[in-house]
Ligand binder design. Sequence first.
Ligand code: SF4
Length: 190
Amino acid sequence: MARTPGPGWRSDRVSQGYVADYKPFVMVDGEGVRCALYVSGCLFACEGCFNEAAWSFRYGQPYDDALEDRVLADLAHPAVQGLSLLGGEPFLNTGVCLRLVRRVRAEHGDRKDVWCWTGYTLEELRAGPADQRALLAEVDVLVDGRFDLARRDLTLAFRGSTNQRVLDARASLATGHAVPWRRLPRHTAR
Ligand code: SF4
């Protein structure tokens, strides 16, 4: 059973500003060609997690200006649709993720989209601290919820268990309820 978020789950307390990996020009972490940043550190401890090494907030390397410049340069390629934020837990690394997405918005506006994978639910993030709500406001597609081994389904697109959702984050915030992302491939939509 994954852990439930508590009051101490705050980026300013747990994040070390580390990233586990960066992969430019990938086609599996969201729609189209993408640049994917994997931040380090997660507290959920889901059984069967695909990336236990990244539970440590000191796994990998520190995020720095050089990596950020590289991500922005790669994103500028016309074939790249957008940025994907994965973990670890992006919402426990808002120092890294907010800084990056704000620069993406400053340089690309809405021409590049932002996908984010999180163990939090949309509802938890909407009730969360200001930094989490600020990051949520910059996300276009949110893949939310803990990985549940008992509900694992390898045929699902973009997520690992049937409780997880692929959400249109902007529409969800605008309407106040979870709105599924409409372009989810039909044969795998649940
Ligand atoms: S939320 Fe994601 S990264 Fe964190 S433990 Fe669960 S599956 Fe692993």
